[in-house]
Design a protein around this ligand. Structure first.
Ligand code: XIL
Length: 369
């Protein structure tokens, strides 16, 4: 007895210590290292390492990065003859230093364009713009940026082509042109078509036709990026699974590029991520200004677990899963589609603590292997 007591004490202490330290040292990127990259979207402050605690969390948990805003054309190409690469250089250096997979977002997109680009009115000018824009940016980061969203959000909800400034000036040809220009500037970079709601049936048909057409016309498309700005109850796991299967049947990789799950009411049952849509706020639309109730916290954890269970089932088809932001405090969903709400869409809360959603993602791997 005399000996057993201290022995038991030592063993339980050791167990307790090793359990805590396992929790402390476990990370998403390690848990999923044999499956797909686990990415995050970085704000300008995060790229510039303004907050040390946030930075260690990023380096611990993620092995792929996307710039949330600073590589969009209004920032990189503010005037016709002026590029600004100050922040994108820092972004790329950050990824290289930390040996992360670096994704470029985005080359051709109708939103967050510099004002001068919106005024381009004819095909000659637009052709010259695309050539200069894609060639300059992709060549600059040749061999450094691993993959690109070459075209972002070219489709309407019904699967037809969006009447963007690119379509208006060049017609459908702009799509294959963009992919050809990017492949020429960096033949080894992986080239993606990226969009929201392309797991929905009608838009998916449009995306499949678009990818087939680009390929048929000699463009190189390596992957499709499903943004994944989702809700607690939709889209269904079945539709997501159908999408993974149908896209990978085209011979392209599937990435989930901007994953977040809103827990707030959506005006008019809004789906998607059209960033120009804005609505008035009200208390009813912002039900959890102080904290997320346990019941919803649990729902979020279950939703993330079922989504990742599906991702693991199809890990051979999935290249990367990127969350749209590091923590809840940073999420664009606090301001879109209604300004000034408090949303909880990510695995980390605003104080950088891991939520039940995070634990459920790690648990999925513990029970699986
Ligand atoms: C969002 C950013 O998160 C916001 O900070 C910004 O104000 C608007 O754009 N689809 C995309 C992303 O491809 O670039 C968008 O990011 C979200 C929707």
């Amino acid at each position: 007895m005399k000996f057993i007591k201290p022995y038991l004490f030592a063993v339980t202490t050791l167990l307790a210590v090793s359990c805590t330290s396992q929790k402390e040292t476990a990370s998403l990127k390690d848990a999923y290292k044999n499956d797909f990259y686990i990415g995050t979207a970085l704000s300008a402050d995060q790229i510039e390492v303004k907050k040390v605690k946030e930075d260690s969390l990023i380096r611990k948990e993620f092995n792929a990065i996307t710039a949330e805003n600073i590589m969009k054309s209004m920032y990189t190409h503010p005037e016709k003859d002026k590029y600004d690469f100050a922040l994108s250089d820092k972004f790329v250096a950050y990824g290289e230093k930390n040996k992360m997979f670096i994704h470029g977002h985005t080359l051709i997109w109708h939103s967050q364009l510099a004002p001068w680009m919106e005024k381009i009115a004819d095909s000659t000018e637009m052709k010259a713009f695309m050539q200069d824009h894609i060639n300059t940016i992709v060549s600059k980061y040749k061999g450094k940026i691993n993959s690109w969203d070459v075209v972002n959000e070219a489709l309407n909800e019904d699967g037809t082509l969006r009447q963007s400034v690119f379509l208006k000036t060049l017609g459908e040809k702009y799509l294959v042109d963009a992919f050809k220009l990017a492949a020429k500037a960096d033949p080894k970079a992986e080239l993606y078509y990226n969009d929201y709601n392309i797991e929905e049936p009608a838009k998916r048909v449009g995306a499949i036709a678009l990818i087939k057409k680009i390929k048929a016309e000699g463009g190189k498309v390596d992957g499709v990026g499903i943004q994944g700005h989702w809700r607690l109850n939709s889209p269904s796991i079945e539709e997501i699974e159908k999408s993974i299967l149908e896209y990978s049947a085209l011979g392209v990789k599937v990435a989930f590029t901007e994953l977040d799950i809103t827990v707030l009411p959506n005006p008019w049952d809004l789906k998607g991520a059209e960033i120009s849509q804005k609505f008035e706020g009200s208390a009813k639309m912002n039900p959890y200004p102080k904290a997320l109730p346990d019941s919803i916290q649990n729902k979020l954890a279950e939703r993330y677990a079922s989504i990742f269970k599906l991702f693991l089932k199809h890990k051979d088809k999935i290249s990367r899963v990127t969350f749209w932001g590091v923590h809840d405090g940073q999420s664009w969903l606090n301001d879109w589609p209604i300004k000034g709400r408090t949303n909880y869409p990510l695995p980390f809360d605003k104080d950088l603590r891991h939520k039940k959603a995070y634990d459920s993602l790690l648990k999925l791997k513990e029970t699986k292997e």
